[in-house]
Design a protein around this ligand. Structure first.
Ligand code: ADP
Ligand code: MG
Length: 679
């Protein structure tokens, strides 16, 4: 074994820096968080070449005293934390005292700052963490930090940097989150010389959402506001019918800090249970505020995760707030009430019921009207004991954090009210061109309603079906290469008799040897499409949209899609940048419902984000496109369509859907007889 030695300070600094500064976006995050902690009302972030060329962050905050400038760049030097006790009640975004040290260790930094009320300012240059001397300099009040040549002295890290466009997208996404978490600060983001984001900083969350996430998304929202115990929940969620194709528009803040949390996602989605279409996800900008002692933010160096002391309480607060507000949004035109009165209109029902009991009761409408507390509710479950009587938000005095920072979204809270999402009065940019799609191709004449297949066929209310030829004629005859052909004998088997279709989803068939088959028509068709797309040698047929669709997907998703424009092209999409987090789509695959364009692109962006290699991305895209072109469970199908699918299943060409779920379930005569106690 070589001798054990303590690392020298320089190497130790570089290793530590790697934890905080992973990529340009982490530098921007730390610098902007410092600006927010410094009490600024405006911050301007400028980047060049994805931040690898230059990052400049300017704020109008409190500034730094010239004498303290070199100290600010030392490791574990902070003005926000003094003792161990302070660690339990962190109220600032920064507290580790590591960011400036880490950033300066791996780049060339210039800082220019002037304290409020001070006659002159100071500047300092650092190279690889080594400071020059502090010089007096004229400067506006506040601080400007310039970071150049990031990772110039850590070639290994430099090698692993992604494309500039990916880094720009990451910074853009981050800027959105920062702007949304602080509607009272004006954020400006300039990338390679062009303005990419500018929020007014008027304290209204809806203004920040409009500016950061786009008009379409802002319009799809309803306000939510509620409280359970010490947990306050405010913000906006999407209307159930406006579900998104992915979770990318779920934005959560805990005490003003953007975080990712499975707990919050689960609580939000539980609030939409049975209200949102399968495969769709709610979007939100939700702020959870709780005493700083009830949440640990010190669990991850990048500070994007938190640990709640009482997870159940947080889950329930979010869940009930969302559920209540969605119910209210659904109610037929309720008389508007002042905000304070509409907080938790169901009173204390959650004192008596847990989510499961509530749902069970809600599912039996006659037995128990949902609006009333359950008189015969089971004994209060143990985890619910911490629930207090609902408190009006206005009555609650917020706990003072150690450091006085602006209360996250506080000013937005007052603007939320209980009514429908406020319409944001702003110029409607590019409104006309962002309208609904229109097709150039002529839709086929509506088919005559198919005759009922048999008497047992159940037809629940079918979803309206778009003009998509479910199984194009040429595809019905398609003989796919590479498919395993079943034995000759099987091919000569008599065709299965189609007994009917149930629940508009499953085809019921009977085979010659007295077996019953249930076939999931969507899954089967999805598989057929998947195999067809995979085997195709040429790009799919396209349809040109008469009016191009401007899909507002957010900056991060847009950048991802544009970065992969060639791949999208090979799937039949023609997209171009439309600015402001929108892509303009001129062409989509011919077998896709054009009205699905935005949702499909959102899903595709998710595919691209999660795919690790080009092959994996391509495969994910195949899944999405196969699904989009498939007949859906719930649609009424023509018997001829069903027949094609049944034949393919019978021939063994289709066994599993592309996600691996079975396409058909078999019941033998013996199994049926056993069920009926005949055998
Ligand atoms: P932390 O934010 O965890 O305290 P940093 O390394 O990010 O650690 O910053 C060190 C210190 O420098 C901060 O505690 C703060 O006092 C000061 N500082 C950094 N950026 C700014 C700024 N933009 N305005 C005023 N003070 C700042
Ligand atoms: Mg900091």
């Amino acid at each position: 074994m070589p001798q054990i030695k303590q690392l020298d300070a320089h190497v130790a600094d570089l290793i530590a820096a790697g934890e905080v500064v992973e990529r340009p976006a982490s530098v921007v995050k730390e610098l902007v968080e410092n600006a927010i902690d410094a009490g600024c009302s405006a911050v301007v972030v400028e980047i060049q070449r994805g931040g690898m060329g230059l990052i400049r962050v300017t704020d109008n905050g409190c500034g730094i005293a010239p004498a303290e400038l070199p100290t600010a760049f030392l490791r574990h030097a902070t003005s926000k934390l003094r003792s161990q006790e302070d660690l339990a009640k962190i109220g600032t975004l920064g507290f580790r005292g590591e960011a400036l040290a880490a950033i300066s260790a791996v780049s060339r930094v210039d800082i220019l700052t002037r304290q409020k009320g001070s006659a002159s300012g100071a500047k300092l240059h650092l190279e690889g963490g080594v400071p020059g001397s502090v010089e007096e300099a004229g400067a506006p009040e506040g601080t400007t930090i310039l970071v150049r040549d990031l990772f110039y002295n850590t070639p290994a890290r430099l090698k692993f940097m992604r494309k500039d466009s990916a880094e720009t997208a990451a910074v853009a996404g981050l800027m959105q989150h920062l702007a949304l978490s602080h509607p009272d600060i004006s954020f400006k983001f300039i990338k390679d010389g062009t303005d990419a984001l500018h929020t007014p900083g008027d304290g209204k969350l809806e203004s920040a959402i409009y500016a950061a996430l786009g008009r379409e998304f802002a319009r799809s929202l309803v306000p939510v506001k509620g409280r359970g115990g010490e947990v306050e929940v405010t913000g906006f969620v999407t209307k159930p019918l406006m579900g998104r194709g992915s979770r990318s528009m779920q934005v959560f803040f805990v005490n003003g800090r953007f975080i990712k949390s499975q707990l919050l996602t689960a609580a939000l989605e539980e609030g939409y249970r049975n209200q949102i279409m399968k495969g769709k996800f709610p979007g939100c900008v939700l702020s959870v505020t709780l005493p700083v002692t009830a949440v640990d933010v010190n669990v991850h160096p990048a500070k994007t995760q938190v640990k709640f002391a009482r997870e159940r309480e947080v889950f329930d607060a979010v869940y009930h707030t969302v559920l209540d507000c969605l119910d209210r949004a659904d109610a037929p035109a309720p008389a508007p009430k002042p905000a304070a009165e509409v907080v938790n209109p169901r009173g204390d029902f959650f004192l008596n019921m847990d989510a499961k009991t509530y749902r069970q009761q809600a599912e039996q409408p006659a037995a128990q009207p949902a609006a009333k507390p359950a008189p015969a509710a089971p004994a209060r479950p143990a985890w619910n004991t911490e629930w207090k009587q609902p408190v009006r938000v206005a009555d609650a005095a917020p706990e003072k954090p150690l450091y006085q920072t602006r209360p996250p979204m506080k000013s937005a809270v007052s603007a939320l009210g209980g009514g429908p999402a406020s319409v944001i009065a702003r110029p409607a940019v590019k409104e006309e061109s962002k309208s609904a799609p229109a097709l150039k191709i002529v839709p086929p004449a509506p088919k005559p309603a198919p005759a009922p297949v048999t008497e047992i066929s159940v037809k629940p209310e079918a979803e309206k079906r778009p003009f998509v030829p479910a199984i194009p004629p040429e595809q019905q005859k398609l003989d796919l290469p590479g498919l395993v052909r079943p034995a000759e004998a099987e091919e000569q088997e008599a065709p299965w008799r189609i007994a009917g279709e149930i629940l508009n989803t499953y085809i019921v068939c009977e085979s010659e040897d007295h077996c019953v088959y249930l076939i999931d028509k969507h899954a089967a068709h999805e598989r057929v499409n998947f195999d067809r797309l995979k085997a195709a040698q040429t790009p799919p047929m396209r349809q040109t949209l008469l009016t191009p669709v401007a899909a507002e997907l957010g900056r991060e998703d847009c950048a991802l899609l544009l970065e992969n424009a060639a791949l999208l092209e090979s799937f039949g999409f023609a997209c171009e940048d439309f600015g402001d987090g929108a892509v303009l789509v001129r062409e989509v695959p011919a077998d896709m419902d054009a009205a699905d364009t935005a949702a499909t692109l959102e899903e595709i962006a998710e595919n691209l984000r999660t795919g690790r290699s080009l092959a994996e991305k391509r495969e994910n895209l195949l899944h999405t496109m196969a699904c989009k072109a498939a007949i859906k469970g719930g649609w009424t199908s023509d018997i001829s369509e069903l027949r094609v699918l049944v034949e393919k299943v019978q021939r063994g060409e289709v066994k599993y859907c592309p996600h691996g779920r079975p396409v058909a379930v078999k019941l033998t005569k013996y199994e049926l007889e056993k069920m009926f106690k005949r055998a």
